[in-house]
Ligand binder design. Structure first.
Ligand code: HPA
Length: 265
């Protein structure tokens, strides 16, 4: 079987070839509601359809963007923006889920910013609230690590980067992200379980990616946009349309926030 790190190295080489940028410094995965950040953080040097890069495929979900962008930041560093996340629920296996993160590391990125749209358990969070991920609970019963690869996950979501984000916006709250397998939303009972075991945010991405990013030695910043209160916390049924709408409404604001955070990294 092909080694996933070899595929990531091939992907990074192709990105270097097509973008003309030999090394990237920082990488971002932009989830629901965060896409506009790509337009705000700097000057786009190259936009590459994800399908031209080894190991990537077109995303399965409407509202997710399938391109990889190379962006020159005002400080002269280069950011790699992954607009094409593969979700665990797509059923392509966990290697594909973390391929973007491993590719980012292979391009040289030392910082991985993982963003998502997610459900909020804390009732004080209104839809449209950005929240820093302080830790996670991986409820997928899976791991991107293969074999006897014992990796420490203490301070997985860097305290240094969370503190730095708070210097940009002191009102930023933090929470523990619970990754469910999806693609169904959680039942109200599952949301109560998540709450009781210490979760504040529920979603279908990010935790597996963060583990792979740590394995590759990157420093991680995780940000969730609360698109809705989680099932049973909000009294109305959940819908993907509502999630997308909350993302659109908050996009300009949270993208500007992220752009400002990036200038400080
Ligand atoms: N649960 C899981 N994933 C989500 C949610 C949710 O409530 N909202 C947006 N993505």
């Amino acid at each position: 079987m092909t080694n996933p790190f070899d595929v990531a190295a091939e992907a990074a080489a192709k990105i270097a070839e097509l973008s003309g940028i030999a090394n990237h410094d920082i990488a971002l995965t932009l989830g629901s509601g965060w896409a506009k950040a790509a337009d705000l953080i700097g000057e786009t040097v190259a936009t590459i359809p994800a399908t031209q890069i080894p190991g990537f495929s077109a995303p399965a979900v409407a509202g997710h963007v399938a391109s990889i962008r190379s962006i020159k930041l005002p400080n002269g560093k280069f950011a790699l923006v992954l607009g094409a996340r593969t979700h665990y629920y797509e059923g392509h296996g966990v290697r594909r889920v973390v391929h973007g993160v491993r590719t980012a590391a292979a391009t040289g990125a030392k910082t991985m910013i993982l963003t998502n749209g997610a459900g909020g358990i804390k009732e004080t969070w209104k839809p449209g609230t950005p929240v820093l991920i302080s830790d996670h609970i991986n409820l997928t019963a899976d791991s991107p690590l293969e074999g006897a690869t014992f990796i420490d996950l203490t301070d997985l979501y860097s305290k240094r980067l969370r503190d730095l984000a708070k210097t940009v916006d002191q009102s930023l709250d933090e929470g523990v992200y619970c990754q469910f397998r999806g693609p169904h939303y959680e039942t109200p009972a599952e949301v109560q379980m998540a709450k009781h075991i210490g979760g504040h945010i529920v979603g279908m991405s990010t935790a597996l990616e963060a583990i792979a990013a740590r394995q590759s030695g990157m420093e991680i910043l995780g940000l969730s946009l609360i698109t809705n209160l989680a099932a049973g916390i909000q009294k109305t049924p959940l819908s993907h349309a509502e999630v997308l709408e909350a993302g659109r409404d908050a996009e300009a604001r949270i993208s500007a926030l992220l752009a400002e955070i990036i200038t400080k990294i």
